[in-house]
Design a binder for this molecule. Structure first.
Ligand SMILES: *Cc1c(COP(=O)(O)O)cnc(C)c1O
Length: 452
């Protein structure tokens, strides 16, 4: 019998997160103080993050227990389902077997709930009253809004201006979960005002919104800042996805040749891929791990591996990562969650060492893939997830051309129910393709100004 849906029982929900730092052949380089260029210790982060998350950020332990309170909330929507995409396979006429793990079936509509719940919990445990954060497309802000409200924390969200204007629904959703939402750049902060002086019509960027949120957090000991991607502890929390996926593939009696995730800062890709990478590093399992970014924001495929800031104003430590420059403002493509100038430190090191692959794609091809997916599998994907789907189709077509059959697994990081206007533009033919050229990337990197 054809099995389409692969489910786990509540008892199979992972009780630990997996920390890839324990198994990386080359450990990531340390974060540096922007002025002294000396490695900074965990204490330097304590103005903005609670201690438990800082410990996770630098931990070398392979497994970290998931607190019971977090497990309880995970149980609202986890274990998440995995599907074999039979109808999509049929439409493609492929010999390959395509599976996807669906992370859109929770209150936030994306994988971001997995870390939002954990981060809100640890802040609550350390007596924090308020959290500030940024959001691009709004998925992260929605994820955090519910989690903070659940644990009795106030939340202030800086939402990238272009998304704030294009996606009013997300703002209302965050308000419904009791969060305050401000378009960024805003006049509330020094960093926002500086940008607005230069460009009153600035579309904003995740880098700018991060600066604003951090600035507010630094002014009050009971306010901390929270980031939805990029950082090691965020990626750690997302490994519930891959650990479940390992069990589900086993239940399906299959094993992926390739695992694919779209790429904003690295959290959903790492979440599904790192547990499989563990099997490769520790048990010699052969597998390819592929991440897909927009051609208009190509930090992994065209950016430079160097020390750079994680935000536009330069408030974070200097981090070793692939970057387009912390002041770079990406084109307004609709996959707002992928408009970030840099890549997480763990993914950057692993890409540099050749353990993962990176691809870039134009948005129209990705929407086309997403619409085919919707018509065959019945889920309208988030624009971000469309990048993973398009890459999965590539893998299937490539192996058919070679007369082979592959097992392909991708992460369907979210649904697109709040992104209807982007689909509308696509159907009306108004969705532009944009690719950043090598010259533009060089100019962006050239423009990086670091303190000396
Ligand atoms: C935020 C988001 C992404 C991109 O962020 P990562 O940290 O790279 O995963 C991808 N898909 C969806 C649905 C998102 O909300």
């Amino acid at each position: 019998m054809k099995k389409t849906k692969i489910l786990l029982s509540e008892k199979e929900l992972p009780r630990q997160w997996y920390n890839i730092q324990a198994d990386m052949p080359n450990k990531p380089l340390p974060p540096l103080h922007p002025v002294t260029r000396e490695p900074i210790g965990p204490d330097a982060l304590s103005a903005v993050f609670p201690m438990e998350l800082i410990k996770q950020e630098v931990s070398q332990e392979r497994y970290i227990d998931i607190p019971d309170e977090v497990v309880d909330l995970y149980k609202m929507y986890r274990p998440s389902p995995m599907y074999r995409a039979h109808n999509l396979e049929k439409a493609l006429g492929t010999k390959s077997r395509i599976y996807y793990k669906y992370e859109g079936g929770n209150y936030s509509g994306s994988h971001k709930a997995n870390t939002a719940i954990a981060q809100a919990y640890y802040n609550k445990m350390e007596g924090i009253k308020r959290i500030t954060t940024e959001t691009g497309a709004g998925q992260w802000g929605s994820a955090m809004s519910f989690a903070c409200n659940h644990f009795g924390l106030d939340l202030l969200v800086f939402m990238v201006r272009v998304s704030y204007d294009h996606k009013p629904g997300r703002k209302v959703m965050m308000n419904a979960y009791n969060a305050k939402v401000v378009p960024s750049p805003s006049t509330m902060t020094e960093s926002g005002r500086k940008i607005l002086e230069q460009d009153p019509d600035s579309p904003g960027s995740l880098g700018i919104a991060i600066s604003e949120a951090m600035e507010i957090a630094m002014q009050d000991p009971y306010t901390k800042y929270s980031l939805g991607s990029v950082l090691n502890h965020v990626i750690l929390h997302q490994t519930v996805i891959g650990q479940e996926a390992l069990l589900q593939m086993e239940k399906a009696g299959d094993y992926p040749d390739v695992v694919i995730g779209c790429f904003g800062g690295g959290s959903n890709f790492s979440g599904i891929a790192f547990p499989f990478l563990r099997e490769k590093l520790l048990n010699g399992k052969d597998i390819r791990l592929v991440t897909v970014e927009p051609a208009s924001c190509p930090k992994l495929t065209k950016g430079k591996f160097m020390y750079d800031f994680g935000d536009s104003a330069g408030m974070t430590p200097l981090l070793p990562m692939y970057t387009l420059g912390h002041n770079f403002i990406p084109e307004k493509i609709h996959a707002g969650g992928l408009r970030y100038h840099g890549a997480g430190v763990l993914v950057s090191q692993l890409l540099k060492d050749g353990f993962i692959e990176a691809k870039a794609k134009l948005q129209r091809e990705c929407f086309e893939a997403g619409v085919l997916f919707a018509r065959t599998e019945g889920i309208l994907p988030a624009p971000e997830s469309n990048y993973a789907i398009a890459a999965a189709l590539d893998e299937a077509r490539k192996s058919d051309l070679a007369g082979e059959s592959r097992v392909i697994l991708f992460n369907l990081s979210g649904h697109g129910h709040m992104d209807i206007s982007a689909y509308e533009k696509y159907f009306e033919g108004y969705l532009p393709d944009h690719e950043m050229t090598t010259e533009e990337v060089e100019a962006a990197i050239e423009a990086i100004e670091l303190p000396n």
